[in-house]
Design a protein around this ligand. Sequence first.
Ligand code: ADP
Ligand code: MG
Length: 569
Amino acid sequence: MSKGNINVSVENIFPLIKKFLYSDHEIFLRELISNATDATTKLKHLISIGEAKVEYGNPQIEIKINKDTNTLHIIDQGLGMTAEEVEKYINQIAFSGAEEFLEKYKDDKNETGVIGHFGLGFYSAFMVADKVEIITKSFKDEKAAHWTCDGSPEYTLVEHDKSDRGTEIVLHIAEDSKEFLEDHKITGLLTKYNRFNQIPIKFGTKEESLPLPEDAAEDATPEKVTVDNIINNTNPAWTKKPSDLEDEDYKNFYRELYPMQFEESLFHIHLNVDYPFNLTGILYFPKLSQNLDMQKDKIQLYQNQVFVTDNVEGIVPDFLQMLKGVIDSPDIPLNVSRSYLQADGAVKKISGYITKKVADKLSSLFKNNREDFEAKWNDIKVIIEYGMLSEEKFFDKAKKFALYPSVEDKFYTFEELKEKTKDAQTDKDGNHIILYAANKDAQHSYIQDAKAKGYEVLLLDSPIVSHLMQKLETTEEKVKFTRVDADHIDNLIKKDDTVISKLSDEEKEQLKPMIEENVPKETYTVQLEAMDSDASPFLITVPEFMRRMKEMSATGGGGMMGMGNLPEM
Ligand code: ADP
Ligand code: MG
């Protein structure tokens, strides 16, 4: 028997740990399962290079609850530890790692930016347990070791008669953490963090019906068998090669990821890079859905198939946070604050890579099947327009595939639009005027009028398109967007065959002052020349700049906004 003092300088760091991670006690299970997974994959590696001469078998990780003893058990069949290794890896390394961590972050406790999901490793067991045991037998065929620590810096280390290889961690669950002895709580955690774990995880057993034999009677009941309840899929789609996957596989994975989501996605993007950083994943463009639950389905960040967080702020560019799916990278530093994350070089590269992949995918969809792309436009436009406004690089690429639908549902790229309208729609200063409506019904008569004059009218009704128009006006030479009900539509150089008002000059003379009396002159312009429709003998227009001013003040000065508060139009 050996007894010892864990060499830590902070007098007693256990209570500190407990307090420090107050909101995130649950991650202890993820940490211990990660260690069990590491121990198993390390053994596999040692066998493959001939350093361990044992059978690998079909190792599992088992989670067990014992309500009689108030204990939770995490059992693996990995490489195990000798007594010396326990001294070294647990007493020295694990503990010094935790101490260093606390030293570094103890003042950040209240910084909202600290990711709540970092790992403290083995040490996090003490967030929920007041006593922890390690019973472990190394593959090196030595005696098993039994380490016990009751939450003070003192520990004991004795021999144990465990005969099979691997490690069992026993947590004596503390009074205030009894919830972790409930099946449904543990099931919830396993599903949240470990449903794609690399090594199978067993939690209890379940009944399964055997398939009925072909000649079974109609009322035959299938035979039931008891099988291990394996909670995870060890080979999720994103870990596979894109060339090994069919469209159907991607669809199935979407369903697997979001079982409560019944709407299919529009398309997917498989991410796969190993230089200069490691990143795999699958992103999905969702159908814009009324279903509010959809908002809860976020992109999930994994590290080596272990869930870390679904807050990917800073890692995935803002405009892509409405996408769904998974990214997995060992290269994203987790135990750091958000502000640090945003400045981190690797993370910036990751964000840039994701943007590029998304742009490339959209571009190839546009080129390969324009019809399909147009059909999806309504669902994806907000994301693309937002991206064009917030990321210069994305803007440059998206300019070639972003679409501008006409009121008659024809879709133009910006270049096509310019080409189409360049002859008919210039004003006397040589500005290229692009006409649009924001609402087909409300602006119906203006649209009719413009069409009658041979102009092309776009239907731009997405909530942020007005910001995009402004951007295009500043980046494109002599391009101006004008709403159909704006006054300077009349400044356009008219073609000869435009329809002329049905009113005689005399009628106009009489009518104009009558209308002007009733509408405020400083905000509206009355036009009598332009109309051809019997239903609308005259037009009241708003100067374009006036309307935009109003819109801008309604949307907070027109600055770029977070996805959460898109302006309403
Ligand atoms: P990390 O996993 O980051 O190395 P931990 O504090 O989680 O830090 O674990 C410390 C060390 O303890 C591990 O590196 C490993 O050597 C050892 N260890 C922990 N759990 C196990 C286990 N289940 N089997 C074998 N070794 C383990
Ligand atoms: Mg660990």
